[in-house]
Design a protein around this ligand. Structure first.
Ligand code: NAG
Length: 198
């Protein structure tokens, strides 16, 4: 038989915060999340889309046809949307180039191909943070950022070319790391505070 202290220790060890009476179905950590999604497809014409979501709810959508980032209701003044549109236009041009390069390396020159990316961060109640950044090509893991190294980790043989390109400038991985650890968290707090006030 376990004594009360041993039982408490056991519960703390194996059940996270659920021991504090939150029940079994609550997540262990209460976190806010900011997740961006990129999709670039090659045909019929190259199209790039980017979205941002706070706690799973859409903030805005950008697409390269309109070249406009359009906020969802309730997020109207959280950004300068002209500026967001300009940034996403540049990112989109770069993403189209990357997709072309991957298709060339893979000799996938016909048919429609898709590069989709997901990046963002989480901020939890205990001030723990997480950051992530990865790309899939035609639905399969392609390359993933390891922010502790920091480095791009190929998940596919042809991703080595892209890794070399993205790491050509030795400062780039440090900028990606600081983007995830600092900029993204600042943006997340901005969206969180805006949401509370609006
Ligand atoms: C929004 O950004 C654009 C482009 O960077 C800039 O020209 C404009 O002055 C900004 N608008 C405001 C209200 O700050």
């Amino acid at each position: 038989m376990m004594g009360p202290l041993a039982t408490l220790f056991f519960l703390l060890l194996f059940s996270g915060t659920t021991v504090l009476g939150h029940g079994h179905h609550k997540p262990r950590k209460q976190c806010d999340s900011l997740v961006y999604q990129d999709v670039v497809r090659s045909e019929p014409t190259p199209l790039f889309t980017n979205t941002a979501s706070f706690n799973g709810k859409l903030i805005y959508q950008y697409d390269s046809d309109s070249e406009r980032a359009v906020p969802e209701p309730g997020w109207d003044n959280v950004e300068n949307w002209t500026q967001t549109s300009q940034i996403q236009k540049q990112r989109g041009d770069f993403a189209v180039e990357n997709l072309q390069e991957i298709m060339n390396v893979k000799q996938d020159t016909s048919g429609s191909h898709v590069l989709s990316g997901s990046y963002g961060c989480r901020l939890c109640q205990n001030d723990d943070t997480e950051g992530f950044w990865s790309y899939d090509y035609d639905g399969k893991p392609f390359i993933e950022f390891d922010k502790e190294k920091p480095a791009w980790i190929p998940k596919d043989p042809e991703a080595v070319i892209i890794k070399q390109k993205w790491e050509e400038d030795p400062g780039a991985v440090y900028r990606a790391k600081s983007y995830l650890e600092e900029t993204c968290i600042e943006e997340l707090k901005k969206y969180r505070d805006y949401k509370k006030a609006n």
